[in-house]
Ligand binder design. Sequence first.
Ligand code: NOJ
Length: 586
Amino acid sequence: MTTWYDHAIIYQIYPKSFQDSNGDGVGDLNGIRARIPYIQALGVNAVWLNPIFTSPQVDNGYDVANYYAVDPQMGTMADMEALLAAFHAAGIHVILDFVLNHTSDQHPWFLDAVSSKDSLYRDYYIFAGQNGRRPNNWGSFFGGSVWAPDPAGSGQSYFHLFDRRMPDLNWANPEVRHAMQDVADFWLQKGVDGLRLDAFIHIAKASLDQDWPTAAGDDAPVVAEPFFANRPQVQDWLRPFCQHVKADYPDAMLLGEAASASVDLAAAYTAADNHLMDSVVTFRYFTEQAPAKAKLPAAYQPREMDWLAFKQGQATWQQTLQAPPTLYWSNHDMARLATRVAHGPVQARSLALLMYLQRGIPIIYYGEELGLENLALPDAAAFGDATVTDFLQQAKAAGVDDRQALAWVNATHKLPARGPMPWGDSVGGGGTAASGVTGAAGSPSQPAGTEPPTAAAARLRATAGFTTGTPWLDGTAQATATAAAQDVDPTSSLHFYRELIALKKRPLFAAGDYHLLSTSDNLYAYRRTLADSQALVVVNLGATPATLEAGLSGMTRRLTAGKVTRHGDHLTLAPYAGVVLTTHQD
Ligand code: NOJ
C-alpha cells in the first residue's frame, strides 16, 4: 500500500524563527499560517514543525511543560487548529515534533515527582543513588554528568541525557508509555499527519550500576552511548506505541530521529514487519576531515567534507534501507549547508540536486532554499553554552585569534543555524508574490501607535520582514537575497529549489531505482531508472573541472547548477557544478 509519506517532500520549520505575527520577536503559528502560500509555491507536500508545546524554552521547546497546550509565545490552541486547517486546505501535511524521551523540569509530573519520594509520579522519572553521590560516570550530551541532585533533597539523583532541566522519562514504567500514547492520540485526533519521534533511540538505559570503563583516577563524565542508545528495549517499548498509532491512523507518518543509528539499525527501525517507524533521520551522512588544530575540540572547527566517506555512505544507505531514507543537508542541530559544506551558491545548488534526487524523502530546512547561511552571533554569551566558552578559552590558549575562534564557532554551532527567515516583505498587508500574503491570515505585526512609521519601516528592513520587534536570537545575518527578491528573479536559488522539487515529484525520482556510477573521486554520479525511463545525476564535488563519459543518448538536460557542457556522451562540469538529465519523456 502506498501512502502520501512514501512520496513526502518535507519542509522543516523552526517556528521561533520563521515568521513573527505580533511583534514580540518570536515566530508564531499565525506567522506560519500567513506564509503557507510561499510553502505551497515551493512545492513541498509536508511540513515538520519543531516543538510548539508549552515550554520554559531551555532547549527551544524540547523541554515540554505541557504536551496538551501550545506555548503562549507561539499562539493558542485555536491558532493551531486554524494552522492545521489552512495547511490541509493547501494540500500540505503537518508533522509535529513529539518529544518523548524527557520533559521539562517544570512539567507537573516532575514537579510532583520531586515533591516527595512517595509521589505517584516518582517512577515517571529515573531516580537513583543516595547521599548525593552520582550513581555512575555517564555523561550528558549537553556536558557534565547525566545526574542532577533531587531538588527535594532526598540524596538521590535524577537522570537527564540533555540539559539538567530536561529530566528523562522512565519508559520502563508502563504508565509512562500509556501517558505518551495519550499525548499522541490527542494530536492525531486533532488532525496532525505525522510525528517526528525526538531522540527515541535513547528511551532505554542499561543497568545504572555500572561505570563506563576509564583510565584509573579519571572520574570525568563520559558520553557512554552504548549504555543509553539503541538498546533492545527501545524497539520493545515503541512497537506497541507505533502499532497503536497505525491501527487508528494508518496514514500517520512516524519519522524517527535516530542520530547515532548505523545503517543496519536504521533498517531494523524501518523494516515493515518490525512495526516501528516509516523512516528515520540519521546523523551519519556527513563525515568530515580531520580538524586543523588537532589539540582543540573538532566540533567547533570548520572542516571540509570527506567526500569519499560521503559517497560510500550514501550508496550504502540508498541500497540497504527498504523504507525510503531521509535526504537532508541541514537541520536545527547543525550548521547550515551554505555555511558548513558549500563553497558558494553553485555548490549549494548542486549538492541539493545530488541529495534530493536520490531515493527517499527530502527534508529541506527553512531558508536553505534561499541559500541562507548561519548568523554571526556577537560573543560567547550569545550561545548560552558552556562548551562554547570552554572552546574559546582553549583556542586562545592555543594561540588562535579571538575573532577567528568566534568565527569558527559561528560556522559550526547549531544556534546560528536557527536565524530568522529573511522574507524581505511583511505579512500584514503589502505582501508580495513571495509571501503570497495580503493580510488574509495572521495579523499585521506592528502594535498600533507604538512607533513612528519611519522607525518601524527601518526596523522592518533590518529584520527582513521576520518581525517588527527585536528577533529572539541576536545575530548578524550574512547578505542573502530575501525571499521577496528571489521570488522575482528566475535565476535565484528559490527558483532552482522550486524546479528541483517539481522534478522530484516525477515518478522516476519518486519511485525509481538508484544505481551508483563508478567515477573518479571528485564526481558523484548515479542513475535512477523506472521501467523505460532513466535519469542521470552528476555532481562535481571538487574545485577543478571534471569530465564524465556516460551513455547520454536520448537524454535531455533538466536542471543545471553552474557550468556544464556536453559533447556527445561527454559531460564537462565546472568546479562544483551539477546536472540532471532524463530520457526525453520524463
Ligand atoms: C533532538 C533535537 O533535534 C535537539 O534539538 C534537542 O536538543 C534534543 N533532541 C533533545 O530533545
